[in-house]
Design a binder for this molecule. Sequence first.
Ligand SMILES: Cc1cc2nc3c(=O)[nH]c(=O)nc-3n(C[C@H](O)[C@H](O)[C@H](O)COP(=O)(O)O)c2cc1C
Length: 435
Amino acid sequence: MAANKQLLIGLSLSATWMKGDGWRRADSGIEKMNSIDYYIDLAKMAEKSKLDFLFKADYLYVSPQMIGDSANYGSPDPTMMFAAIAHETERIGLVTTISTTFNPPYVVARQLQSLHWLSNGRAGWNIVTSIEGAENFGDSPMPSPQERYAKAGEFTDVVRKLWDSFPSEAIVIDRESGVFSDKDKVTAIHHNGDFFSVKGPLTLPSHESGSIPLFQAGASDIGRNFASSVADAIFAAMPDIESGVELRNDLRRRATEHGRDPNTIKVLPGLYFFLADSREEAHELHKAAHAHLSMERRHASLKSVLGLDLSGLPLDSCVTAAMLPNPNQPVRSRTHAELLRRFITKYQPTVEEVLARPEVVGSAHWVSVGTVEDVLNDIIERFEGGAIDGFIALPGGSEKSMNIFFEKLMPELVERGLFKSEYMGFTLRDHLGIS
Ligand SMILES: Cc1cc2nc3c(=O)[nH]c(=O)nc-3n(C[C@H](O)[C@H](O)[C@H](O)COP(=O)(O)O)c2cc1C
């Protein structure tokens, strides 16, 4: 069993019909896709179920292969969406995604601290180094993963120093003497590093509830090292339980090496759920959401994830480790490539099985399809197996699937003592158990 007795649960702020072909369903609300009201309703449902936080991934480029038949090619800026949602909710955490590759740290420190104020201490930052998008920020090609992570390390350091540069204790508000803030407590940071030069201080004080929790996504060797040195939680791609146990043990070990208590880093994989009253109905939902993924598209995805071309082979032939390309060849995401390499090496699957893997048909996330009981058992298996500290629910299927999640699955988790029935605190730090 994982070190925590109860699961931490977040919800990705996206509609069920944003996954794959789901938008084509007659009952999809696709016309509402950029209406904040839809997301506010979703946020309220999540808060009613006492979920720990809302989460939103973000990309600074438009995926060309998604333009045309997909609704999921981009989205409004999540930090701005969370600013609106902050006003309509009271307790639920708000974890926004901001890339360290393309933004200036001063602006990011300020945006995040602003969200922290607007939400009364509920902001969280999902740190990403991004896979694509360099062309939107100049003529240079995408920096190497090493450079991106080196920059992410310095970026995060600058952001934290800026948050500390204007501590909440500096605010005095003494009407009598006319002292508003203690200027000796507000200090420049004079940062001069390999990537950034920032004097500081920040334009606003830090929120009195404490510093903003950090999430991280990206699990290559350097990604893990970075996450285990700074992150409170990792948003993980975890297609199966084995990869989860390996990741969680490894992150905990690395955190210890960094002098941290291993329980302070939470492993929270994305969990795509397709829920229905019967197993058949749920599998139908899942199948329909992936109907656009022709064999050609799957082969193209496999080539892009792993650099492996299986298009000439029959579906029932075996794929072995010997067929894998050189591990040093550049790939879009080493996290995704490594997950698939390990699966192929261990199981020698058929071509058909490889083409059905989450790394190929989606973003390598755990997919659970079935009745409440089925998905519940899946969650319990991973929790008891030591693969997870909780999960970030990624809605898939139909609106009914989402309703089943809130009305049946969540209460069942509470009933079994695996999730809280009431909020114990007010801030995201409280929900994550950060002292
Ligand atoms: C589960 C997961 C979610 C990610 N989400 C985002 C995202 O929302 N936006 C983004 O720009 N990059 C995202 N990334 C990309 C990572 O930030 C990182 O750039 C990429 O995985 C390469 O790092 P790696 O070599 O450690 O895999 C994500 C990666 C993973 C594994």
